[in-house]
Design a binder for this molecule. Sequence first.
Ligand SMILES: C[S@@+](CC[C@H](N)C(=O)[O-])C[C@H]1O[C@@H](n2cnc3c(N)ncnc32)[C@H](O)[C@@H]1O
Length: 353
Amino acid sequence: MSSQYVYTKVVSEIERKMRKVPRSFLKDAKANKKDEFYTQLKDIESELKHYKKHFKGKVVFCNCDDPKTSNFFKYFAQNFEELGLKKLITACYKTQDLGFYGTFPSSKNSDLNNLDIVYLEGDGDFRSKESIELLKQSDIVVTNPPFSLFREYIAQLIQYDKKFLVIGNINAITYKEIFKLIQKNEIWLGINLGRGISGFIVPEEYELYGTEARVDASGCRIVSPNNCLWLTNLDTTTRHEDIVLTKTYIGNESNYPTYDNYNGINVNKTQDVPKDYGGVMGVPITFLHKYNPEQFEIIKFRKGDDEKDLSVHGKCPYFRILIKNRRLQKKHKPSIAVTPKSNISEQMCLIDL
Ligand SMILES: C[S@@+](CC[C@H](N)C(=O)[O-])C[C@H]1O[C@@H](n2cnc3c(N)ncnc32)[C@H](O)[C@@H]1O
């Protein structure tokens, strides 16, 4: 079975889930503010191995992390020397109590259980003055933040101009604020997505649900939503790699219907993006996992010229991102295949979200 086949199966499954189960448990988590989903060490390791070069001499801040339970803290403390870190700060939020932060290595020794702990005056909310002071001292923030506050969380990192690598729900791409940052190429998707993040540890009082829910060998209760991603502004090698395009538009026009309300064609799978189409194409949001900004330009999200959801013969495919192949703009301009439908200029297609 080819890796492209496996990838396509996984992304279509994610999209199916997102469409069919709109009240998936992470959405419920947002509504109920159930934020206690702890990240497994193996998932942190499998993502972080791609970013090692970014950490040398840096102060890392895990600002939603109780050092007793956080595998982010554990990962950075255990790999402190190998990564060449300068300092590790972990801040813990407490709803009923004072928050605290710990710095590693401690002034005494570099035992993982021996942190320098400082109690805060407040609860340790990442938006609090005290936590922001710690943020200012840091270079890179790495964590799985509360899903219910994801927009605010990312906005704060951008405001303080911090490098970051965080876990979020795939739906976060569809948030206007997040999509704009991706479109401007200020943030992008990390390496692992969907099933690439194997599951989260949940507390006793959380329901263990989903077909893949389990209790692991060490007694941890795990749920696998398979709909999460890593979001980052640390460079990755994959975002500089072109998506290999094998399909053609010419001769297969019927596979690529034109939108009712936009001068562009609909493409249902990233692997079906035609290599010979120079106009605008609507692709599924999981395209962003393979997106190389040197190869494609993101034009717009979701809406047609009438600002309604993009539709084909009256039906709206699940959220589409409108893109254009930059390579074709440069090399093959005179011979590009474009199906003009309206007189709307490209300038008009570039209107903001
Ligand atoms: C999804 S959990 C992840 C925990 C940990 N980062 C991990 O990955 O294992 C999010 C954590 O953020 C904490 N939290 C909730 N609201 C917060 C806030 N306003 N400021 C800081 N942390 C918060 C929750 O208590 C929860 O432990």
